[in-house]
Design a protein around this ligand. Sequence first.
Ligand code: CP
Length: 306
Amino acid sequence: MRHLIDIMDLSVKELDEMIEVAKDIIAHPDQYAHKCDGKKLATLFFEPSTRTRLSFEAAMYELGGNVLGFSEAQSSSAAKGESVADTVRTVGAYADIIAMRHPKEGAPVVGIRRSTVPLINAGDGGHNHPTQTLTDLLTISREKGKLEGLTIGLCGDLKFGRTVHSLINAMSRYPGNKFILISPDELRIPEYLKYETLEKQHIEYVETDDLEDAMPQLDILYMTRVQRERFFNEQDYLRLKDSYILTPEKLENAKEDLSILHPLPRVNEISVAVDDDPRARYFEQVRNGKFIRMALILKLLEEAKA
Ligand code: CP
C-alpha cells in the first residue's frame, strides 16, 4: 500500500510526473471529472485547516468522488481516547483514501501501520507537510518554468514551519538551487535539516536575519507565519511574531520577476498592500493546491488498484 508521509517518499521522477498531471488537469478539467466516480476520500483533521482540508475536498469532488470526515478532534472519538491507529483502521472501512492532519509529529507513521487504504499526511505537528510542498513545487514550476537553478529565500519561522522543512528537502533534489535562510536566531532551521540535507549534499545556503539585504538576489521569496501554536511560552511568540513584515517599500530592490509565495494563513508577515503587486503569487499558490492534490489522489488510488 502506497502512502504519502514525507515529500521524500516520492522520487524526483514521480514529482515531475505529478506536476505534469496537475498542469494537464488545469488545461483539461473535463477529462478528469469522472476519474474517481464511486470513490470516497476521508479527511481526518485533528488540527485546524482551511486550505488543506477544503482543497482536498474540492479535489475529490472535481474528480467525481465523494468526501466524508471531521474537521476537529473533539467531534471524533479521539475525544474519548481512541488511538490514531484505531481511527485510521476504522475509517478504512468507509473510505478509499485518507488525508489526515494531526498536531503530533509522527502520527501519520502510526496511522499507516494499521491503514488498509492509502494515507496522506496533511501536516503533522512542526514536522512535515508534503502536500503543501507539492503545491509549492507546482507553483514554482508554473511561475518560473523550471525547478532548478533558483535562489530561494525562506523567511520567518524556519524552526517550526513544517512547510519550510519539506520545501528545502524537495528543492535540494533539483540541481543548482541556492537557499537564503532569513530568520531571527531563535527561529533558524533545525540542525538536522542543515546537516543532513544541506551540508551533506553540499548545497549552497546562507543564514541571515536581514531580509532587505537578501532581497535583490531572490528568484523566490517564501514568507512564513511565526507558528504561535508550537511555542512553549506566549512571551517568546509576542517578541518574535513581527520579526518580518513584507511591505511594498521592502520590495523596491527585488527582481522584477520575483515570485512571492506563502503557504498561508498569513497573520502580519505580508502587508495587504503587497497583494496587488504582480509578484505576489500566494493566492495563485492556493489555487494550485487543489490541482496537485487531484494528481496525488489519482496516483495513490491507481497504485492501490494495481
Ligand atoms: N497552508 C496550509 O496548510 O493552510 P491550512 O492550515 O489552512 O490548511
